[in-house]
Design a protein around this ligand. Structure first.
Ligand code: AMP
Length: 460
């Protein structure tokens, strides 16, 4: 039932006027709040550990680069550059862009820092924010993070297979079920002969006239992107479209077969997807995507993608250097990890909580906290609270093993109360011995009985 306007007006009047305006985050942007960080830590650590295990070194490049870098690498006709990039002229008149993807910046860094002088392959990974002015929806944001991993200087199909293996292991070890989609788009000549077959196909049976507006433009600008279209009427025609693998030259076909053989040997399940082209200008030979398993909209909800780009380094001013890599979306991965029951690390588990009662004890508790922390003991506190009940509740919430309680009496006696949070038993310990006492208890839980008899007075 609608509420009477008079009542609403009265309520508004009763509310105190705010002195200052408050602000909301921009559309398509997210705040990562406290509880979600458990997942970010888990996923980031997995990315870092896996990368290092396979010999990749961490790198970061700036979020801002020259606009031209993306126009010349990602490609002016790609959706990313033509529709989604945040680009602007800065105060010194330079045309710049917020990075929409990782590979161009990493290629620039490889060339700029003369990494061709290093032993090849050069293997690097990056975890950081990216920006695309996309239509925001679930799993699609205007700022998102990617785990990028790239290998420069290795032409062999082993490199492609290893990159796919790392991406596969990343999801497998995070218990996220995925399907790997893989295809080869060959070399420039292969694509040229394929594109002419593709154009012939659309000329036949009036197919051209059934295409969506975007695809009609793609026919002229970038026909491979026709395979990517999600419009129903275009997608329907794709069932009969010629396959690019049938246009591969011997070198590209053999390369692709070897990649697939490695994947078979490594027991990595994959799906040969003849429609996968990845929509960026620089790819050649192997391209792949990682889709969540069993989702209707798997393609749109892709968790990551990558492939080989053997000509990009040269096109960006470097020496001819074959390369391959991937970009995996952190937010989408985290959304999937949340659906699993993977155990998350509790950084407070088995901590020692220091509780205090009164001003004087608080001062001493501060010092005790620092002393224990410096000696490597996992201590926690809530010194802003006065009530012991509230402090012990916090200790419980954190999963503390013991609480140390400092009250007036303990200050006078030079002691500390030690409370076993599981049994609730409290014992008095000499303040000076607290550190060694804790170390003993933490090192060897079973010795507790013995210790109690040796130097503790029991208070229950
Ligand atoms: P792409 O290079 O466009 O295939 O992106 C690689 C991965 O980054 C995707 O599979 C997603 O997981 C993630 N990604 C791309 N764009 C977005 C976005 N707008 N919001 C969130 N994640 C994204």
């Amino acid at each position: 039932m609608p509420r009477p306007a008079k009542k609403i007006a009265k309520e508004k009047e009763a509310q105190p006027q705010k002195k200052y305006k408050s602000y909301a985050r921009l559309r398509g942007m997210r705040d990562v709040l406290f509880d979600e960080y458990k997942y970010w830590d888990l996923v980031t650590n997995k990315a870092v550990d896996l990368s290092r295990t396979y010999g990749f070194k961490r790198i970061e490049t700036p979020a801002l680069e020259s606009l031209e870098l993306y126009e010349k690498s990602t490609g002016e006709s790609s959706d990313i550059v033509s529709k989604e990039m945040y680009s602007f002229v800065d105060k010194s008149g330079e045309k710049i862009a917020l990075r929409p993807e990782g590979t161009p910046g990493l290629v620039r860094a490889y060339v700029e820092h003369g990494m061709f002088n290093l032993p090849q392959p050069v293997k690097m990974f990056l975890i950081g924010p990216f920006f695309r002015h996309d239509k925001p929806q679930s799993g699609r944001y205007r700022q998102f993070s990617q785990f990028n991993l790239e290998m420069f200087g290795e032409p062999s199909p082993v490199a492609d297979a290893q990159i796919i293996l790392i991406a596969y292991n990343f999801f497998k070890e995070l218990q996220v079920p995925v399907q790997i989609q893989v295809n080869s788009i060959g070399c420039k000549d292969d694509r040229k002969s394929y594109v002419s077959k593709l154009l012939d196909f659309y000329k036949e049976r009036g197919r051209k006239s059934k295409l969506c507006q975007d695809c009609r433009k793609r026919l002229v600008k970038n026909p491979l992107r026709l395979l990517d279209c999600k419009e129903e009427k275009c997608a329907a025609m794709l069932a009969d479209v010629p396959q690019i693998v049938d246009s591969l030259c011997d070198d590209c076909r053999n390369h692709f077969i070897k990649v697939l053989e490695y994947l078979d040997e490594l027991d990595i399940p994959y799906n040969l997807n003849p429609l996968l082209v990845r929509g960026l200008d620089y790819y050649n030979k192997t391209v792949f995507e990682i889709w969540p398993l069993g989702e209707d909209q798997a393609r749109q909800a892709s968790l990551g993608g990558g492939g080989r780009y053997d000509e990009l380094v040269e096109q960006m001013g470097g020496r001819p250097t074959p390369a391959c890599g991937f970009g995996l979306g952190m937010e989408r991965t985290i959304a999937k990890v949340k659906e699993t029951n993977i155990p998350l690390k509790n950084h407070n588990e088995d901590c020692i909580f220091i509780a205090q009662l009164g001003e004087q004890s608080r001062r001493k508790a501060f010092l005790l906290f620092e002393e224990l922390r410096r000696s490597g003991i996992k201590v926690r506190q809530m010194f802003t609270k006065d009530s012991l009940k509230a402090q012990l509740e916090e200790a419980n919430k954190l999963g503390a093993k013991f609480s140390l309680i400092l009250g007036q009496k303990e200050i006078i006696d030079g002691t500390v109360l030690i409370r076993d949070m599981e049994s609730g038993i409290q014992e008095v310990v000499d303040y000076k011995k607290i550190r060694t006492e804790l170390e003993k208890r933490l090192a060897n839980g079973e010795k507790r009985e013995e210790l109690r008899n040796e130097n503790l007075e029991v208070r229950s």
